[in-house]
Ligand binder design. Sequence first.
Ligand code: UD1
Ligand code: CA
Length: 450
Amino acid sequence: MKTSLSIVILAAGAGTRMKSDTPKVLHTLCGKAMLSLILQQALELSDDIHIVLYHQAQKIEDMLRGEFGALLDSTLHLHTQDVEHFPGTGGALRGIESKHNRVLVLNGDMPLVRFSSLKALCARTESIVMSLLWLQNPDGYGRVLLDDKDCTQTQSAPKVLKIIEQKDATPQELEIQSVNAGVYVFDKEILARFIPRLSNANAQKEYYLTDVIALARDEGVAIGGVFVNESEYMGVNDKIHLSLAQEVLLGRLREQAMANGVKMDMPHTIYIESDVVFEGECVLENGVRICGKSLVRDSHIKAHSVIESSVVIKSDIGPMAHLRPNSYITDTHIGNFVELKSAKLEGVKAGHLSYLGDCEIGEGSNIGAGVITCNYDGKAKHKTSIGQNVFVGSDCQLIAPVCLESNTLIAAGSTITHNVPSGALAIARGKQHNKLGFFEKFFGKAKQSN
Ligand code: UD1
Ligand code: CA
């Protein structure tokens, strides 16, 4: 199939309903831009993919160059829509020369669609195949007029008469529950014939791709309607839709992780992103958030911990711990309120209330409560290096750059500014003086309790 199908993804719209400076198709679900999600699916089906851009085209092109740069100009072709003269989804298709005779048209704001269900649409042979949803609440979608008034989603081959955009619909038409999901397969020849004939005589003064249906119907072209599932074909137009779509994607990611052996407490409270990899036997407690390119293997992540672009192997984390990007921990215990950043810990215990940034800590070392690596001097970041079997007492500040060699002890409450050689105890704190009788001098005689 990869050799016989061209794909056009429409991504030129302004996306005003998002109320955002970010182009609509760059809004993310579980860490991935909507356009990137649909493009990944498209790449499973075609070697000739066209993306139509206009609004904030540069930002979108930058994302595409970053993620799919190697495919640009060979498989991926970018086009700029002439929005000034030909606005609308029909205008977007003007002048696109597809390599193959069948063209699948996708909206860039449909992040949940999967190539397996697209394949089913593409397997149909009518000159036009379009996707339909049957919705309790059809608000926002183009309504599809079917020729059988009693038609429901159970009908396998509904006859499509025309599509009426919401803004052009009469109150009666607004009641129609069969809507246009926005995915179509066209014979190339159909697009060449009907796109130039579209008019913009409608409420939005736009050239609607959806009008091709009625034009083609009038000329006896075979049109196949296929009912599809909202959980794949929903369109995302605003931030409410975005959150609903993300829930669907999260559900898939969680299920996939659990099927691979991850145990989840209260899965609906757990957020994981598309690039997170789980290996071995892992437990995620409620409220855990794992983002970016993270790997978690044979580990237990306790409630409300956050892991960003880090590697966690044979370790336990939290509750309420924070691994910021580029941390790497193995055989390690990280307790509550411990924050790591660019930290490599192997066989370490850091049980409570610490900030460990830009550091390496070796096997058998214990980091006491409240220890802080002071990695930033106001201008630059510096490294802290801690060897094996180092005991760092509670409430120490380690002023980087600094090295605590293996087999050393750091007394609680020390501010360490110099390297500590192997075998030494470092103590750097004010001496304690006990001033006898001071209490009574200050407060007067203490009351005797019975
Ligand atoms: C569109 C359909 C509607 C359908 C719905 C499904 C039309 C006229 N309407 O409506 O029938 O129910 O999708 O989700 O097609 N775009 C361009 N150039 C433009 C305008 C839009 O490339 O000039 C792109 C957008 O970036 C977007 C897609 O086309 O990715 C759909 O545009 P949008 O404005 O979201 O259309 P809807 O109003 O949702
Ligand atoms: Ca839309």
